[in-house]
Design a protein around this ligand. Sequence first.
Ligand SMILES: NC(=O)c1ccc[n+]([C@@H]2O[C@H](COP(=O)([O-])OP(=O)(O)OC[C@H]3O[C@@H](n4cnc5c(N)ncnc54)[C@H](O)[C@@H]3O)[C@@H](O)[C@H]2O)c1
Length: 254
Amino acid sequence: MSSTLAPGALAGRRAVVTGGARGMGRAHGTALTAAGASVVLVDIDGAELEETCTQLRGDGAKVSAVAGDITVRARAEAIIAEAAATLGGLDILVHNAGLMYSLTGLADTDDDDFRRLFAVNVDAPLFLTRAALPLLRASDHARVIFISSQWAQVPDGHSYAYMASKAAQLGLMKTMAKEFAAEQILVNAITPGAVMTRMVPTEYYEAERAAIPIGRLAEPGEIAAVVAFLASDAASFMTGQTVPVNGGACIVGI
Ligand SMILES: NC(=O)c1ccc[n+]([C@@H]2O[C@H](COP(=O)([O-])OP(=O)(O)OC[C@H]3O[C@@H](n4cnc5c(N)ncnc54)[C@H](O)[C@@H]3O)[C@@H](O)[C@H]2O)c1
């Protein structure tokens, strides 16, 4: 994939992308490296992560892998330290890793599932951002980008664990944006609609398409293009914002 930014727009920038083994995370890594950034991809699935990094490096990307479970605080802190040592610092942190299952009504919402989704979608970004803070403070181009979901804003009437955890990401994002704005650490979120990754089983595609005015699901690269934009100097006056990328599925009025 070629960059949607001017060539070299992210030259010298150092990025960490969680959930980078596949799907959207892989696309964010591709888009950021295409614009000149060096990227560390993080994932719990070490084998798929290595495979992805090998492929991206084959295409000339400056990309490395750090495997691990970001829900374990000590491991999350070590991941940031390892990534920063590899990159020589950190400018861009993309909270992309996520889980979606247990799409049930309230009565069937399982406590363990609820905790597990919060651990990945909410606890991990907290652990990682806190560990990265000194590095982001030392950067002249600090960005934190959350991949939330349209369901954070427009609930589907079930899927409690996923919705509540994706909405909590927006709360984290806004609180961080406010605390760190004066330090020029810019924090934003994207709320994608349905994207063609392994998270959405193909049997749901037809129903999803019918609900999306553009008439199709997104390609992962269409979300990654917005990640690259938010990481770039073009977004230098944006913080605390939620950017919907959903093919018109949620058009929210003022
Ligand atoms: N696919 C969609 O339609 C859609 C829509 C809106 C938002 N999202 C969000 O986009 C993000 C990316 O999702 P995707 O569609 O690419 O899904 P995906 O399942 O293809 O990728 C998610 C990645 O996160 C990794 N991961 C999960 N738990 C982890 C952990 N504890 N530690 C480290 N890595 C872990 C997985 O191994 C996987 O590689 C997620 O946050 C998801 O909630 C997806």
